[in-house]
Design a protein around this ligand. Structure first.
Ligand code: FE2
Length: 293
């Protein structure tokens, strides 16, 4: 696949860190207009209390409004397992279309079974406004951007490339953080390695924006690096590490990882494009499948 790369376009990128889930959400502004996109928003949840609030999303909304921006897209890099998307809440206030990779249908099928969803749960991605195929382009104002299919962490993962800025989702972490796990249903370490190579084939100067950072070894939180930096220094895939080395390491590491704290609510909400499921009486309700994951 030849991707329509254009690093002469330099969008303004503002990151918003959510300390509860170590997620970074972004507002990306077209350099030639007031149009913008939001990538990977977060809805706050106190899971023990079953309480959902919107402090993080309100911060994004305030930024868009105060800067006089027009929201055109709400992009999900994938179905997150560690935080809930606030896309519908933001869409209600600011407009914009919610987009995700077309392989969301695979994720909906797998987790629709695990959560024993009834026939009212559509497995065709219709909860989203746009489903992207590999190489699909769309506009943010006058800036053409494209989506690159990067499975491995999950089947529906996509990296969105907006000019010289690429939003890598959970394909890569900062160089000292390595890569994301590949052991969720539909994940695969070898596939993830191949997807990472696609990202690293972008021009060296491409700015890479992480979806997560955990501040390894006590360093401050960071979320921006470059292709050149990842190629040279990434501890899992940089400096010429082979696919065999990566798969062995990733598989051994994943076997030791606990499930993310918010995986149960996150999947149920995010596979519905950020809508909280409802029970037969229409009451917002989350399930816990016992020994299902
Ligand atoms: Fe993820």
């Amino acid at each position: 696949m030849e991707y329509p790369v254009d690093t002469s376009l330099k969008p303004e990128v503002t990151g918003f860190f959510d300390p509860a889930t170590n997620t970074i959400s972004y507002v990306v502004k077209d350099p030639a207009s007031d149009a913008c996109a939001i990538v990977d928003s977060v809805m706050d949840i106190d899971y023990a209390a079953g309480r959902i609030t919107y402090e993080h999303a309100d911060e994004l909304i305030k930024f868009v409004q105060e800067n006089g921006l027009k929201l055109e897209w709400l992009i999900e890099t994938h179905v997150h397992a560690d935080h809930l998307s606030a896309a519908p809440y933001i869409q209600e206030k600011l407009g914009g279309k919610i987009g995700i990779g077309e392989h969301i249908v695979t994720v909906q099928d797998v987790f629709g079974k695990i959560f024993n969803e009834g026939t009212e749960f559509q497995r065709d991605g219709s909860q989203f406004d746009a489903l992207f195929k590999d190489g699909d382009t769309y506009m943010v104002g006058q800036m053409p951007v494209f989506a690159m299919h990067t499975p491995g962490h999950t089947p529906a993962c996509m990296v969105h490339v907006m000019g010289n800025a690429a939003f890598v989702g959970d394909t890569l972490f900062m160089p000292d953080g390595g890569s994301a796990r590949a052991d969720f249903p539909g994940g695969d370490a070898g596939t993830l390695y191949d997807s990472i190579q696609k990202v690293l084939a972008l021009p060296d100067e491409t700015r890479l924006f992480m979806c997560h950072d955990y501040g390894p070894n006590g360093r401050d939180i960071q979320w921006e690096t470059t292709v050149a930096d990842e190629k040279a220094h990434n501890i899992h895939v940089g400096a010429g590490k082979t696919k065999e080395e990566f798969v062995k390491f990733r598989t051994e590491r994943d076997a030791q990882l606990a499930m993310p704290k918010l995986i149960i609510p996150s999947l149920q909400v995010n596979m519905r494009a950020g809508e909280v499921p409802r029970d037969k009486d229409g009451v917002p309700m989350l399930k816990v499948p016992v020994n299902g994951l």
